[in-house]
Design a binder for this molecule. Sequence first.
Ligand code: SAH
Ligand code: ZN
Ligand code: ZN
Ligand code: ZN
Ligand code: ZN
Length: 421
Amino acid sequence: PALLFVKTSRGKEEGRRFYACSACRDRKDCNFFQWEDEKVSEARLAAREEYNRNHQPTFTHKQNVERYKKFVLLPLSKRRFCHECQQLLLPSEWEKHSNHQFLCDISTAQLKSPSQFLYPLENKKTNAQYLFADRSCQFLLNLLIDLGFRRVLSVGTPRLHEMIQSKSSQEEDFRVRSLLLDIDFRYSQFYTEDEFCHYNMFNHHFFGGEAARETCRKFLYEDNGERVIMVTDPPFGGLVEALASSFKKLMAMWKETGKEGQGNKEMPMFWIFPYFFESRILDFFPSFSMMDYQVDYDNHALYKHGKTGRRQSPVRIFTNLTPSMIVLPVEEGYRFCTICERYVSSGNQHCEICNSCTSKDGRRWKHCVLCKKCVKPSWCHCNNCNCCALPNHSCEKTDSGCFVCGKAGHKRSACPTLSRT
Ligand code: SAH
Ligand code: ZN
Ligand code: ZN
Ligand code: ZN
Ligand code: ZN
C-alpha cells in the first residue's frame, strides 16, 4: 500500500494527486508512482506483482523463527552472522557466504541485543536509524516502570524493545513486556511473531496481514490490570501528518480492545521527535505536551552526548500523560518548576510575563515585549519584519510567502490548501 500525495505548483490552488511509496521518499529506492485517476493496464499490474514476488526477503518471518531455534542450539563456535547479508547463518550455509565477512562466536547475550551488531540503516531519506544512547534508553525504561506500565508497544524503537527483552530473560522479577513494530525486517531473525511485527508506520500497514494485526490487538488488550503505553521514535524526515494518522489508528485499536470505563481516555503515548515539530504534533494531538528531556543517541554525530561534555540534543518526548508525572533526572540538571508543574532544563528560566518556562532548546530564552513572547537568545527584534530573527537575516525572505498558494503569512507546511488531502 502506498500513500496519496498531491503535487502542487506555486500559486495554483488545485494539485494533482498521485500514489507513491510511503516508506521510501527517495525515488531511487522505490519508484512506484501512479496518478490517482490513472487506469493501470493488466500487463502493468502483472509486471508489478512479478517484481514484488522477486523482491521478497530470503526467508519469511516464520522461517526465520525456525532458523533461530536451530541457531541457539549450536555451540558458540558455530554461531555466525554474515555482515554483508545481515543474516544469521546455519553451518550448511557458510560456504555460500565464504567471501563475506562474519561475526563469529555470537553469545546468547549478543543475540538478545541485535541492534548492537546490525548496522544502522543510514539512508537519509528512507530509513535513518538513530539508536538511543544507553543512558537515554535506561531513563525511558525506568520512567515507564515508575509510571506503572507493564506493556510497551515499541513502534520504531528496537533498542528499547531489546532492553526490555533482555531484562525479562535475565531478571526473574522483571515483569515488563514489549511488542516491536518496525519496518526493518532484519529483526524478524531475532524475535517471534508475538514479539515483532513488520509494520509501516507511515500508512499503518501490517505486512503480516490479519494475523499480525491480531497480535497487536491482543497485546493492547489490558489483561489483569497490565497497563499499556506506546513509545515511538520515527525517522525525523517523516511526514507528521502520515505518522499522526497511523498513531490514531493504533490508539483506536487500543480503545476497541478496552473494557468500559476507559471513557474518553487515550492510549498513553511517548512520541520522541525534535522540538521544532512541536506545533505540528500539537495540531494533531492537542492533548500532548513537550517535555524538556533531551534524548541522546549513539550514532548521531549531532545528537549524541559527546565525550567532552554535553552537546545539546534537539530531540524531546511528546506525551499525553500529565507533565508533572514525568520526573526528569535532577542529577542531569533538570528541576521542577512549581508554577508550570513540570520538570524543565536547568537553563530554562520561568518567564514572569509569559508565565511559563519558555525555552525549547535548553538555553535561556529572553522575552521580547514587541513580539509578546520569549525568543532564542541569539535573536533580535527586527522592525522591518516586525518580529524577532537572527541579526543577519535577510528581510525580503519573510514576505515571499507560501510556496504552495503564494500567500504571505505561512509556509508550505502549514498551507491551508494542503490540509484537505
Ligand atoms: N531510537 C530508536 C530508533 C529510532 S530510528 C531506538 O534506539 O530504538 C527509527 C526507527 O524507525 C528505526 O528502527 C527504523 O527501522 C524505523 N522505521 C523507519 N521507517 C519506518 C516505517 N516506515 N515504518 C516503521 N518503522 C520505520
Ligand atoms: Zn553473506
Ligand atoms: Zn515555569
Ligand atoms: Zn516571555
Ligand atoms: Zn521581537
